[in-house]
Design a protein around this ligand. Structure first.
Ligand code: AMP
Ligand code: ZN
Length: 141
């Protein structure tokens, strides 16, 4: 039996508060919500992170994102909505089964804080081009 907490949620061996389910994905309320309506969307099949998912599996998951976003909007009328996915512990991942957070936003004191310290002075157009060349090279591998 899997030790993964989200696999256990999918197979029903630990409880969750379900929002949506289809053949490929499962959505449920986050047990430690940042805001009202904080929801998690996961693939039913265990994938640790985005690197571990095929395009098809990612497509199945993301195809449901607008539906969940619309339902959150209709339910709570938030001022905004953040979709967030953490990959790897240094990026903030604590449950190692891919999940997409839906975090409705109400105001600046609603509990969600992301610092966004841009460093444009450290980069040049030449550097951006070099990075893009590298990424393109690896896209074709
Ligand atoms: P992350 O830090 O991106 O890996 O997010 C993991 C999320 O899973 C956190 O927001 C937790 O509150 C949530 N979580 C952990 N265990 C459960 C659970 N049993 N039911 C619902 N949400 C959970
Ligand atoms: Zn799992």
């Amino acid at each position: 039996m899997s030790e993964c907490i989200f696999c256990k949620i999918v197979d029903g061996s630990i409880p969750s508060i379900k929002v949506y389910e289809d053949e490929h994905v499962f959505a449920f309320m986050d047990i430690m919500p940042l805001t009202k309506g904080h929801t998690l969307l996961i693939p039913k099949k265990h994938h640790e992170n985005v690197y571990d998912m095929s395009s098809e599996e990612a497509g199945q998951l993301f195809s449901v994102a607008p539906k969940i976003a619309e339902a959150l909007k209709a339910s709570f009328n938030p001022a905004g909505l953040n979709l967030l996915n953490n990959n790897g512990a240094p990026a903030g991942q604590s449950v190692f089964h891919f999940h997409l957070h839906f975090i409705p936003r109400y105001d600046q004191t609603d509990g969600f804080k992301a610092s966004w310290l841009t460093k444009e002075k450290q980069y040049t157009n030449e550097m951006f081009k070099e990075y893009a060349d590298k990424i393109r090279e690896n896209l074709n591998k």
